[in-house]
Design a protein around this ligand. Structure first.
Ligand SMILES: NC(=O)c1ccc[n+]([C@@H]2O[C@H](COP(=O)([O-])OP(=O)(O)OC[C@H]3O[C@@H](n4cnc5c(N)ncnc54)[C@H](OP(=O)(O)O)[C@@H]3O)[C@@H](O)[C@H]2O)c1
Length: 314
């Protein structure tokens, strides 16, 4: 019997790595991105509807997964039209392809669709985004729900994963600082959320799309924390708690660098997944411990490759 086919958009990023690795075990995968940073990636821009329709028609997938996004909040604030074209219209284009060829679609949304005034948000709470990125992600949710019957929307929290090369977010920013020798860190304690490990997210997505319980789901690691608590736990996982001091600060400390408005709380609850017996996400601390080991191994490997390189004579 021939393998099932899946086409993935924006697969070159931190989540794409885990999704590709999970799906390639059983699927024939066509992985695409505008950043062709792997041999298994093909160039495709989600802003280009005709290119999407043509490639979907040629490949004939049974599932479309959209991971393409501009996820840098400050970049999105500075370039609202570009952010909308990728984060919102990109998803509308993929939903159009799903509609035209009657293919189920997966859209990955974010906790940033909420305004952060509540402490916790379940799947049914009303989105009210406070920044350009969140507005684009919310548009993507709405258009998917309006256009398609067969869709899965999975809302992620603070993403962690992908390794040194691909992780653009908080954990790798901390890892880079300590790898460069920082002995003191400053981390905000007034922002709260739910870490989401790419490996768990990808395998949970894989399990759920085998069935047909379509709809919108919050899908984050269990538990929640402030940025400060996550940083403290991460430093502990790296075994550096005696060497690195972490100072809790207020968001105002970083207001120039991180000027995009951010919700105070982005804590999601996996209410629907839990009630339907489909909660496959582990606790964030367990995932973070695993990811810390991945980063440490990658760093060692990188260092040993460097040592093995022939030294250039002056
Ligand atoms: N990262 C988070 O904290 C987070 C949290 C919640 C939800 N999410 C969602 O999770 C999904 C995956 O994001 P990620 O965390 O893996 O981010 P990522 O590492 O930035 O990956 C996104 C990928 O999409 C690519 N891309 C950008 N514009 C594109 C376009 N027009 N056409 C095709 N590909 C394009 C990016 O390329 P470039 O690198 O060249 O831009 C990147 O390779 C996104 O839907 C995101 O909104 C992310």
């Amino acid at each position: 019997m021939s393998k099932k086919k899946v086409m993935i958009f924006g697969c070159g990023g931190m989540l794409g790595k885990a999704v590709y690795e999970k799906f390639k075990e059983r699927y024939d995968v066509l992985a695409t991105d505008i950043d062709v940073n792997e041999t298994w990636l093909e160039y495709l821009d989600v802003r280009d509807l005709n290119a999407i329709l043509k490639r979907v028609a040629d490949f004939g997938p049974g599932l479309l997964i959209n991971l393409a996004a501009l996820t840098d909040l400050e970049y999105c604030e500075k370039h609202p039209q570009e952010a909308w074209l990728t984060n919102a219209l990109g998803q509308e284009n993929i939903a159009l392809a799903g509609q035209k060829f009657d293919i189920a679609c997966v859209y990955v949304s974010a906790a940033s669709v909420f305004d952060g005034k509540q402490e916790f948000y379940n799947d049914a709470d009303n989105p009210k985004p406070v920044n350009v990125y969140g507005k684009g992600k919310y548009y993507g949710e709405v258009v998917t729900q309006q256009m398609l019957k067969k869709y899965f929307i999975f809302r992620a929290g603070w993403m962690m994963g992908g390794g040194i090369k691909k992780d653009k977010k908080f954990i790798n920013k901390i890892f880079k600082q300590v790898s460069a020798g920082a002995k003191e860190l400053f981390v905000v304690e007034d922002k709260h959320g739910t870490p989401t490990y790419t490996v768990d997210f990808a395998s949970s997505m894989y399990n759920i799309v085998q069935g047909d319980f379509y709809g919108l789901y919050n899908m984050v690691c269990t538990g929640s924390a402030s940025r400060y608590e996550v940083a403290k736990e991460f430093i502990k996982c790296l075994g550096l708690e005696k060497e690195v001091k972490i100072n809790p600060v207020n968001s105002a400390y970083f207001e120039k660098e991180y000027f995009a408005p951010r919700p105070k709380s982005e804590k999601l609850i996996n209410l629907k997944l839990q009630k339907r017996g489909m909660l496959y996400m582990r606790e964030w601390k367990e995932c973070l411990a695993e990811y810390a080991q991945v980063l440490k191994k990658e760093k060692l490997k990188h260092a040993s490759h460097k040592d093995a390189e022939p030294q250039r004579k002056e």
